[in-house]
Design a protein around this ligand. Structure first.
Ligand code: GLV
Length: 338
């Protein structure tokens, strides 16, 4: 690496795990927002004025307004697999590279979908509360906190990309029947796991557990709405750790209240943080988490390293390993910047 060139300037919107941050501080002239809460949009707008690169989180809205005031910005390196918070089309038009952190979080996120699934089916959160709040007054009763069997049940995986596949793979270990819905066929789901591709309505009608793993796009916004929820079995559970707006939360609440479905496991919400008065939080058959599906120490650390690796490749004039907008190569070819 050439030392006499000035280091590229970078704004990092939160303290990343040390592994990635150390690399970024070494090779870049970095400013890091150190509060636990995200920087307000007007702070990001101010900070991007003079930077060559930006590290963003999924809670930072990187839209046209931000790109408009970032004339020197060359790359946005996002710490997440999803990037619906970034106007990628607009970035591409301006020759700005966008990268993400896929794969490393696939199994961690699939594990968490399963944690929600198991917690719902076997009523773990209710059971914990039951013991701690002194409701456990009779030692054993055949009907006490009886849940539903997971093994042998039918799981419907909506969106059979990397995470959907990993969720289905775990289901195979539980001898479950696996249905999946995707806009494209996923032969590996069928070949490796014996899964069956079906229409979304068929999936919803036949699954005991429905687990959502689609990216948020125009086409998937409120994919699960009142009409779709009506198709589900009254004994079925819905799990979502993709993006909140894929489910119409108001419709979900109505469906749960009306007993149209048995419960929901949610790691993501239409608004994050979800307001404390969100009526879903009043329901015992809803298990929630604060968008922490990829939050293992190992995975978050590796994600931070990938954020740095994507940046380093780009500034060395190499294609970043996790480029999400390859069309940008035509708008602004790679060139060595260090
Ligand atoms: C988390 O939601 C991610 O997209 O990585």
């Amino acid at each position: 690496m050439v030392n006499h060139m000035p280091k590229p300037r970078i704004y990092v919107t939160r303290e990343l795990p040390e592994r990635g941050l150390k690399l970024i501080r070494k090779f870049f002239d970095a400013e890091v927002w150190s509060d636990y809460a995200p920087p307000p949009k007007k702070v990001i707008a101010e900070k991007v004025k003079n930077v060559d690169a930006l590290v963003s989180l999924l809670s930072d809205k990187i839209d046209r307004e931000i790109l408009d005031v970032a004339p020197k910005l060359k790359i946005v390196s996002q710490l997440a697999v999803g990037f619906d918070n970034i106007d990628v089309q607009e970035a591409t038009r301006r020759g700005i590279y966008v990268t993400n952190t896929p794969e490393v979080l696939t199994d961690t996120t699939a594990d968490f979908a399963w944690a929600l699934l198991m917690a719902l089916a076997r009523r773990i959160v209710e059971a914990d509360k039951y013991v701690r709040t002194g409701q456990w007054k009779v030692g054993w009763h055949p009907n006490m906190l009886a849940g539903r069997d997971v093994y042998g049940a039918t799981i419907g995986v909506v969106g059979a990309g990397r995470i959907g596949y990993a969720v289905a793979k775990r289901a195979k270990g539980f001898d479950m029947k696996i249905l999946y819905y995707d806009v494209i066929p996923r032969p590996e789901m069928e070949k490796d796991l014996g899964a069956k591709k079906v229409d979304i309505d068929i999936l919803l009608k036949n699954s005991d557990f429905v687990s959502i793993h689609v990216p948020l796009m125009k086409e998937t916004h409120h994919l699960i709405n009142a009409e779709k929820l009506k198709l589900m079995k009254s004994t079925a559970y819905l799990i979502n750790n993709s993006r909140g707006p894929v489910i119409d939360e108001k419709a979900l609440y109505d469906a749960l209240k009306a007993g149209q479905i048995a419960g929901a496991g949610l790691d993501v919400f239409e608004q994050e943080p979800t307001p404390i008065d969100n009526p879903l939080l009043k329901l015992d058959n809803v298990v929630v988490a604060p968008h922490t599906s990829s939050a293992s120490l190992e995975t978050r650390s590796r994600m931070s390293e990938m954020v740095a690796e994507n940046l380093l490749s780009f500034f060395e004039g190499k294609r970043p390993p996790n480029l999400v907008n390859p069309d940008v190569l035509k708008v602004k070819p790679l060139s060595r910047q260090f």
